[in-house]
Design a protein around this ligand. Structure first.
Ligand code: NAP
Length: 256
């Protein structure tokens, strides 16, 4: 399929989209085994924090290595995009797992990092290749394109929602507390998983801002992962807390 005219990129993107479709179908039957839905049903497990690091850290290795080899690597606009991408992944791969309040004995199914080793490096490769090699429109003139402005604004709203919601969740476990509580404030006023909504918005904005075809894969796999998990999380809250706010929705304020 001709996404960009570059056969390797197009093949990688098509393979990624096919994987996202498989994930979307599988997610209807299995909830990814980590966090409140951890289980041994899908095989061996690893300590939760280690699982997150194994899953996400490859992004911080693949992206700079691929980016540095591109002919546009030293150009200012690609450099700006690369910095934003690394900022995003510094949170996901390092800050989030290292700061999370882990329940004693919490584990993650090894299947999560194992499947992630296809998804995360592919995500890094698709963006690094686009910024440093294929996105030849990423010159200073691109900064006046409405797609750049709209994408950056959407990214900023989404990532702010992610960072704030993750901070609210961390704040629910003070001291040695390792229980679950009803989150309040910020995006939690409207939905049970505002950090998932933020992630979807952030990846929409990231793709739009540089008009990156690879962003379609990242967005599709994120929807395949997070929409079913938002539904399961919302149902879990309702079942666990009889006093759960009745007007709160799963993912989309006022809608669902
Ligand atoms: N792009 C993608 O495909 C993708 C996929 C998955 C996740 N993510 C992103 O990764 C981040 C983390 O996702 P996640 O699924 O781990 O989120 P999560 O289930 O909400 O958990 C995040 C952290 O908050 C804790 N927590 C959650 N609810 C809590 C409550 N009611 N009371 C006390 N602590 C609570 C969790 O503890 P426990 O671990 O003990 O439950 C965990 O440490 C999110 O921002 C998400 O958007 C992205």
């Amino acid at each position: 399929m001709g996404w960009t005219g570059d056969p390797t990129y197009d093949l990688a993107l098509t393979a990624g989209l096919a994987f996202a479709v498989v994930t979307a179908v599988a997610s209807r039957f299995v909830t990814t085994p980590y966090g409140r839905f951890a289980s041994t049903r899908l095989g061996p497990t690893v300590p939760q924090r280690i699982g997150w690091l194994l899953l996400e850290v490859p992004a911080l290795i693949v992206f700079p290595a691929v980016y540095a080899l591109g002919p546009q690597a030293a150009e200012p606009v690609p450099l700006g995009f690369a910095a934003l991408w690394l900022f995003h992944y510094a949170n996901r791969a390092l800050f989030f797992p290292l700061r999370m309040k882990v329940r004693p004995g919490a584990r993650m199914g090894l299947v999560v990092p194992l499947t992630g080793w296809f998804v995360v490096p592919l995500h890094a490769w698709l963006y690094a290749t686009w910024y440093a090699r294929l996105g030849t429109h990423l010159t200073p003139a691109w900064l006046t394109d409405p797609r750049f402005g709209a994408g950056l604004a959407t990214y900023a709203v989404g990532q702010t929602l992610v960072l704030h919601s993750e901070a609210v969740l961390r704040g629910l476990r003070a001291g040695d507390d390792s229980g679950y509580h009803i989150p309040q404030g910020g995006g939690f006023r409207w939905v049970s998983s505002p950090h998932y909504l933020g992630e979807i918005l952030a990846f929409t904005g990231m793709a739009l801002a540089s008009w990156c075809p690879g962003g379609l894969f990242v967005l599709t796999i994120t929807l395949a992962n997070l929409v079913p998990r938002a539904a399961a999380t919302h149902a879990w809250y309702r079942q666990t807390f009889p006093d759960y706010p009745p007007g709160r929705r799963a993912l989309l304020p006022g809608v669902w």
